[in-house]
Design a protein around this ligand. Structure first.
Ligand code: ADP
Ligand code: MG
Ligand code: MG
Length: 205
């Protein structure tokens, strides 16, 4: 279903999207953080995009290496969190003949890794606010096939990103601002929504 070369298309697409949006991601982080989210993500995904997919036996090994690369090249909160996501995604990635439900289980393993590592809940104004509803939406649509599930996940992720605007941050640097964090879109939720959008575009329907 979704093999190594599909994953390579996804990661290359996302690296390009992050690069194009790096300035905007950094501006979002300037408002409620330390103005480095775009450069953090751009550095990490440039390193991921530089991996040679043909050096990996399968999608699972490739995704795990992508996760380790993010952990080692990106400092701050987002490196370990996106890194854990890809490590867990690779650890649970379905066999090539798997179905959409198998991919949903892998996405949920990625989410669970982020929750275990960062201890955020939905509503804390973090990337979890984009990813958690996306995984739920994926599962709900998985019976309609992979393309439908990925589209549903991307739409739910975008809605979750938008819903971070009025929230008061309770995790990460933005939480230091307290009530003053309200009225700003969370940078990590923005980059997570872009990742889901990229998956819907680059992975096979
Ligand atoms: P840093 O805050 O260390 O500079 P980044 O700017 O790269 O790291 O990433 C900030 C983003 O990380 C936030 O916008 C938020 O979405 C996410 N984040 C921060 N802390 C957590 C956490 N504990 N759990 C989930 N996501 C988090
Ligand atoms: Mg930052
Ligand atoms: Mg920082």
């Amino acid at each position: 279903m979704v093999g190594r070369d599909d994953v390579a298309r996804w990661l290359a697409d996302y690296a390009a999207v992050v690069h194009e949006n790096a300035a905007e991601l950094t501006e979002l982080d300037r408002a409620i953080g330390d103005a480095d989210h775009g450069s953090n993500m751009d550095r990490g995904f440039a390193a991921v995009a530089a991996l040679d997919p043909s050096g990996f036996d399968d999608a699972a090994a490739y995704l795990k290496k992508a996760g380790m690369t993010l952990v080692s090249t990106v400092g701050g909160a987002s490196g370990p969190l996106f890194g854990t996501f890809f490590l867990r995604l690779g650890g649970a990635w379905p066999a090539e003949d798997g179905d959409a439900a198998g991919l949903g289980a892998a996405l949920r393993a990625g989410l669970d890794g982020i929750l275990a590592r960062g201890k955020a809940e939905v509503g804390d104004k973090t990337l979890v606010d984009a990813l958690a509803p996306a995984v739920d939406a994926f599962d709900a649509a998985a019976g309609e096939g992979l393309g439908a599930a990925l589209s549903a996940a991307a739409a739910a992720g975008a809605a979750g990103r938008d819903a971070t605007v009025p929230l008061v941050a309770r995790k990460g640097r933005a939480s230091y601002l307290g009530e003053r964090s309200a009225g700003h879109q969370d940078p990590g939720a923005t980059s997570m929504a872009l990742l889901l959008d990229s998956a819907a575009r680059a992975l096979p329907g």
